[in-house]
Design a protein around this ligand. Structure first.
Ligand SMILES: Cc1cc2nc3c(=O)[nH]c(=O)nc-3n(C[C@H](O)[C@H](O)[C@H](O)COP(=O)(O)OP(=O)(O)OC[C@H]3O[C@@H](n4cnc5c(N)ncnc54)[C@H](O)[C@@H]3O)c2cc1C
Length: 406
């Protein structure tokens, strides 16, 4: 094997390249990315960058000299248009045909725009990459009032960052609670209170929304059906979810559903084609986990598999969000949390940990606010499948370090 090609130049791609080299692969690595920028961290875009506390230059996953050592042939901005699996070749919009022995698809996801016309409005933005971030930055100095559509993690982070910049923020959510797909009502209520304390106006149950751009000053009106009030904003931010970039896998006949189907070794239905990161469906959970740590770990596993080291992907899903002075960490899968027992532990500072225990009292899911220590312990409890005592978990005076297997 002498030619590995990676489509996408993000988090999963660079971790795959790093692993290939550290595991002794000496052949060619070609990475093809359609952005002007490559190998940078996206999470700070909605946090430190939006707050003016970090520059785009500081987002590099590895320093330039470290990336140089990986000896990658990087093609950017170049888009892969087609994979010919029979002849093991990828084709690009620059008319290049690049052969591969093994191929990794790490194409991530992009911001979902619910109505096509909205993307043509001058003051309607979304945030997935540095170009989007530059576009938002350029507008921020002239902005007093922002409408955010979508009360998921990115919408809430943007609300927190903009309100910290003294911008008047109203957030519209179609469900009757925030982050409804990933947390229970109790956590949604906690998030609602947090944002209201910081003067963000939250409007729930806004099922049918429409936008209209003024010809005069390009301000944007948000209409909510059954509501006679329309509000006018200098800028509207769309936090309306992600679209998984699975099209090239689909057209080349790989097995896909919501994302690309892979086994625990990140291998697709074609044994020479792998997928990792946002675009790959988690092998046991059955959906795409769109998180920084998933992209990193799957990139590593895919690289190991290409080198015939069969290490299964067994990481517990983990992601975090920063809003105001709260670091919110989420561990495990939200699937089936309705059937779990919720145990809430409040600490002296008023921060909370929400433990979801399954029927055998094992930890299934955790949302922890400002409590990295508990998250670290919880990773061990989940791995060891320890049953936990709800009374101990909720008792603030009980030191959780003392928990031992029964
Ligand atoms: C604003 C923001 C904040 C976030 N905050 C958090 C957080 O706090 N915590 C957390 O855990 N996660 C967070 N995430 C999610 C995390 O950043 C992603 O899960 C991670 O970047 C996924 O990595 P990836 O390698 O799968 O995809 P990406 O990093 O998206 O890289 C994929 C690359 O492939 C390119 N591409 C797509 N199609 C093609 C093609 N046909 N040809 C060539 N190139 C192509 C894309 O343009 C992109 O550059 C955040 C994401 C965003 C956008």
């Amino acid at each position: 094997m002498n030619q590995i090609v990676v489509i996408g130049a993000g988090q999963a791609a660079i971790w795959a390249a790093k692993t290939l080299r550290s595991e002794g692969y000496a052949g060619r690595i070609t990475i093809i990315g359609d952005e002007n920028h490559a190998f940078y961290e996206r999470p700070p875009l909605s946090k430190q960058v939006l707050l003016g506390e970090a520059t785009h230059e500081s987002l590099k996953i590895f320093k330039d000299e470290v990336v140089d050592e990986f000896n990658i042939e990087l093609l950017k901005p170049v888009k892969v248009t087609h994979i010919d699996r029979q002849n093991k070749t990828v084709y690009t919009n620059t008319d290049q045909a690049i052969p591969y022995d093994k191929l990794l698809i790490a194409t991530g996801s992009k911001a979902k725009i619910p109505v096509k016309e909205w993307s043509s409005f001058h003051n309607v933005v979304s945030l997935r990459n540095i170009e989007d971030s530059l576009r938002i930055e350029e507008k921020l100095n002239h902005i007093k009032k922002v409408g955010i559509i979508g009360g998921g993690w990115i919408g809430l982070e943007v609300a927190a960052s903009l309100s910290k910049r003294n911008i008047d923020v109203t957030l519209y959510e179609m469900n009757d609670r925030l982050c409804a797909r990933s947390v229970s009502r109790e956590v949604s209520d906690y998030l609602l209170a947090l944002h209201e304390q910081h003067d963000v106006h939250i409007r729930l149950s806004c099922k049918h929304l429409d936008l209209n751009q003024s010809d005069e000053d390009q301000s944007v009106k948000i209409y909510v059906s059954n509501d006679t009030d329309t509000a006018v904003y200098d800028l509207v931010f769309l936090g309306t979810g992600a679209h998984i970039n699975k099209e090239i896998a689909e057209v080349s006949g790989l097995e896909t559903s919501d994302g690309i189907v892979v086994n625990e070794y990140c291998q697709t239905s074609d044994p020479d084609v792998y997928a990792a990161g946002d675009v790959a469906i988690h092998p046991s959970l059955g959906f795409c986990i769109q998180s920084w740590s998933n992209a990193q770990h799957q990139g590593v596993i895919a690289a190991q598999s290409m080198l015939s080291q069969q290490v299964p992907y067994e990481e517990t899903p983990w992601l975090w969000s920063d809003q105001y002075d709260k670091n919110i960490q989420i561990l495990g899968s939200p699937v089936d949390i309705d059937h779990c027992q919720l145990v809430v532990r409040a600490d002296k500072e008023g921060d909370h940990c929400f433990f979801y225990l399954d029927q055998e009292k094992k930890l299934h899911y955790l949302v922890a606010v400002n409590n990295n220590k508990i998250v670290k312990m919880a990773k061990r409890w989940i791995k060891a499948e320890w049953p936990l005592d709800p009374d101990m978990l909720k008792d603030q005076s009980f030191n959780l370090m003392k928990i031992k297997p029964k």
